[in-house]
Design a protein around this ligand. Structure first.
Ligand code: COA
Length: 373
């Protein structure tokens, strides 16, 4: 039987770091509130596009796999903050990599986009439809952040990561998974102002207002991620002691602690990045997986559990059996161009282009047909 091994991995974090103290210069918030409610201390703000971050992550992942871009059959680009919608972003990565014979597809399930891409890649390789697939998780979320809304703007950051999947006869890669969407709660996280529903009704491009019911999402995330974790362990016939490391989506330290408790794990089994990157949506889980590998938390043959959730509300849980190799085959010196602004300066620039909150609020009322869904 064919399996889909993860043979390459790479990340790209933009260098500019936005601290809680930076946020409190323009928001009624403070370090104590953010750290105690979320576990977040800082997050990255990108000076380049989502495609540029993805390209660096992809080149690093291909070097790690010792694979040339021309060998790829398929590229999956997971995000909810595309630089543009037509043409798709995956084709932008394809042309920049020179992956001439690949097909290219974008996936948007919000924070779980990389993970839904991983399920798709695994299924395609198992079915024989493809042999070598690049999956990207990337977010340039600062571009469409509702910066004046402290309920959401303290929670998110930018970043990218990529993984290369390849057909293998050994039982490795995703060995159990659960995907679900709690669509009845889809209105708990909505970015108003982004999409065709808002076109030609006076909304300024890039201006957004976020509808966000944090407490409801919190409850659904804890329930979904813990049930998903127990489900994949049952599918694979393993217990929590068999798992080497849990690499969860990182939207809030308290969510992660609650999920770990319900899954029967102590926090020393959990790999954390939430304090330094916040929630990078689709980039969160793959960046954490790359760092878990870099820090030796994933060993040859390890079982890795990845529970996650995102807007929709999409939920996923994956159990991965790691292969023999936990270090890159090759490395590359590719990097982003230098950034000559602080993160706070980048954010101030983004805010300068937005309409005042009170003026755009009326234009950004959802059209009726959206509010009914
Ligand atoms: C968002 C979240 C951190 C809020 O934490 P919470 O403990 O639920 O906080 P509450 O919503 O009860 O807010 C408590 C108070 O803090 C205030 N508050 C909210 N954000 C604040 C901030 N950044 N700084 C200071 N105060 C803030 C609220 O206005 C509220 O004030 P009030 O009591 O006077 O009304 C938490 O609900 C969460 O993590 N939710 C899920 C995360 C998520 O959805 N991520 C995105 C999807 S992947």
């Amino acid at each position: 039987m064919t399996h889909a091994a993860i043979v390459g991995w790479g990340k790209c974090l933009p260098p500019a770091t936005l601290t809680n103290a930076d946020l409190s210069t323009f928001l009624p918030t403070d370090d104590e509130w953010i750290v105690s409610r979320t576990g977040m201390k800082e997050r990255r703000i990108s000076h380049v596009s989502g495609l540029e971050m993805s390209y660096v992550a992809a080149v690093r992942a291909l070097a790690c796999a010792g694979m040339k871009a021309e060998e790829l059959d398929f590229i999956i680009y997971g995000s909810c903050s595309f630089d543009e919608h037509v043409p798709n972003s995956a084709s932008g990565i394809q042309v920049k990599l020179g992956a001439h014979k690949a097909a290219a597809m974008d996936v948007n399930t919000a924070c779980t986009s990389f993970l839904y891409g991983m399920s798709t890649a695994t299924a395609m390789i198992k079915s024989g439809a493809a042999k070598k697939i690049l999956v990207i998780g990337v977010e340039h979320i600062s571009k469409f952040m509702d910066w004046q809304n402290r309920n959401v703007s303290v929670l998110f950051g930018d970043g990218a990561a990529a993984a290369v999947f390849e057909a293998s006869e050994k039982e490795e890669g995703v060995i159990a998974q659960k995907l679900q969407c709690f669509a009845d709660a889809r209105q708990t996280l909505r970015v108003r102002g982004k999409g065709g529903a808002y076109a030609n009704i006076g909304v300024q491009l890039g201006d957004t207002r976020w509808d966000f019911d944090g407490q409801e999402i919190f409850k659904k995330a804890v329930a979904g991620m813990s049930e998903g974790s127990l489900s994949v362990m049952a599918q694979a016939g393993v217990g929590i002691d068999d798992i080497e490391v849990i690499v969860p989506h990182q939207a809030n330290l308290r969510i992660i602690e609650a999920v770990a408790k319900k899954a029967g794990a102590t926090m020393d089994k959990v790999f954390l990045t939430v304090h330094k990157y916040g929630n990078m949506s689709a980039a969160t889980a793959p960046v954490a997986l790359v760092e878990a590998l870099e820090e030796g938390r994933v060993k040859p043959g390890s079982l890795v559990l990845i529970p996650a959730f995102g807007a929709g509300l999409t939920m996923s849980a994956h159990l991965i059996r790691w292969g023999d190799r936990t270090t890159p085959k090759e490395t590359t010196d590719i990097d982003l161009p230098p950034c000559n602004q602080t993160a706070l300066e980048i954010v101030q620039g983004l805010m300068a282009h937005k309409m005042p909150h009170d003026r755009s609020e009326a234009a950004l009322m959802s059209p009726k047909f959206i509010e009914q869904m």
